[in-house]
Design a protein around this ligand. Structure first.
Ligand code: NAD
Length: 362
């Protein structure tokens, strides 16, 4: 099969880490008989420098015409003083909305070889951690009506949380499908004891649950979920939640794995029967300007992001697993970039880590 991938390398360590992910994809292509065609486009700080805007129309058009988008990271101190609409990070919001990417999938996995990086006690983590957070990405309070008004108590500001049945249905489906492919356990997180939008959320999730009898679905209030994630994270398989709750809980879930350089993400749009699901795949970390250009960045989050691309956009499960197994194998061999190295470990660079993973693919 032939797949067209738009590549946004971005700023800081972005180019270094995406180069390693492309290296790995090319090995997969050779071993499994696929052709990956890469087209590089600009967004973020590099686009600002060249065109004066963070997200040129041409970038959006090429991404839309591709089967998938790979993103390194954008931003850096050079552009930090620009007004909000010109910040490199605006490119991410623009791309999500232009590509209709409403579902954010963030796995939080604690690798046995990196167990020491977890800030929780071993007895709390138990047999390990493998959670998939599915966050709604284009609705809720981040996109609702907002403003300021005068009241008898002075100025007041407001933001509005609103969810439609359609929005809950489509994110719910993504989560049930993800759970079906994993441990078949879904926890839907809301605040239905207080919020009307959460009550509608819960009703629609329950309606959907009837369509997925093979998945065990339970509800949890967000305050309890925040506590359970550090009390007994092993109880979770897939979590589905709203934009704001997901923003907070996905950071909490990823931080308990202790390694920002290891965690990938996928932002997905509608899946059309018989066609690829357009998605944008990126590491959860930023552009790490402090280590950019020094061959120090950990490329694993980006490499695992392309594994997600193979699984969710192209339906290539075997190939996705081949990448994930190669990452595990290399970690088991003891290879570490600086961010995941313990005292006494031998530290390798970005390129060496990428090459070792590419070589470990079977
Ligand atoms: P960051 O994630 O870039 O860096 C935080 C710390 O983690 C730094 O010490 C960095 O060196 C380290 N780190 C991050 N990724 C690493 C990797 N792959 N390997 C080894 N170490 C790694 O967060 P920040 O410093 O708050 O932000 C830097 C810039 O990135 C800012 O301009 C921010 O707006 C932007 N940002 C972009 C994205 C994105 O493109 N999706 C996300 C978050 C932040």
């Amino acid at each position: 099969m032939q797949y067209r991938i738009a590549v946004i390398k971005g700023d800081g360590i972005g180019p270094e880490i995406t180069d390693e992910a492309i290296k790995v994809l090319n090995v997969i292509g050779k071993k499994y008989g696929h052709t990956f065609e890469f087209q590089e486009v600009l967004a973020g700080g590099v686009a600002l420098d060249k065109f004066g805007i963070p997200l040129p129309d041409e970038t959006v058009e090429i991404c839309k015409a591709s089967d998938s988008v790979l993103l390194g990271a954008v931003g850096g101190p050079k552009w930090d003083t620009l007004p909000g609409h010109l910040r490199p990070e605006r490119a991410l919001l623009g791309l999500r909305s232009a590509l209709g990417l409403y579902a954010n999938l963030r796995p939080a996995v604690l690798y046995p070889a990196l167990a020491d990086a977890c800030p929780l006690k071993p007895e709390v983590v138990g047999k390990g951690l493998d959670i998939m957070v599915v966050r709604e990405l284009t609705g809720g309070i981040y996109f609702g009506e907002r403003g300021r008004r005068q009241t008898e108590n002075g100025e007041e500001a407001y933001d509005t949380e609103a969810y439609s049945v359609m929005e809950v249905n489509r994110i719910g489906r993504v989560a049930f499908e993800a759970a079906r492919k994993r441990g078949k356990k879904l926890v839907s997180i809301d605040k239905a004891n207080v919020l009307e939008s959460s009550r509608l959320w819960r009703e629609e999730i329950h309606r959907l649950a009837a369509e997925y009898p093979d998945v065990t679905c339970t509800d949890m209030l967000v305050d309890n979920a925040a506590m359970q994630l550090v009390r007994n994270p092993g109880q979770f398989d897939v979590i589905v939640t709203s934009n704001m709750f997901g923003d907070i809980l996905s950071d909490e879930a990823s931080m308990i794995t202790g390694s920002i350089g290891m965690l990938p993400s996928a932002s997905l749009g509608d899946s059309v029967e018989g066609k690829n699901t357009l998605g944008m795949y990126e590491p959860i970390h930023g552009s790490a300007p402090d280590i950019a250009g020094q061959n120090k960045a950990n490329p694993i989050a980006t490499i695992l992001s392309v594994a997600m691309m193979l699984r969710y956009s192209f339906g290539l499960e075997t190939e996705a697993l081949a990448i994930e197994n190669a990452v595990n194998a290399v970690l088991d061999q003891g290879l570490r970039t600086g961010d995941i190295a313990a005292k006494g470990d031998t530290v390798v660079g970005t390129v060496e880590m990428g090459e070792a993973i590419a070589k470990a693919i079977v």
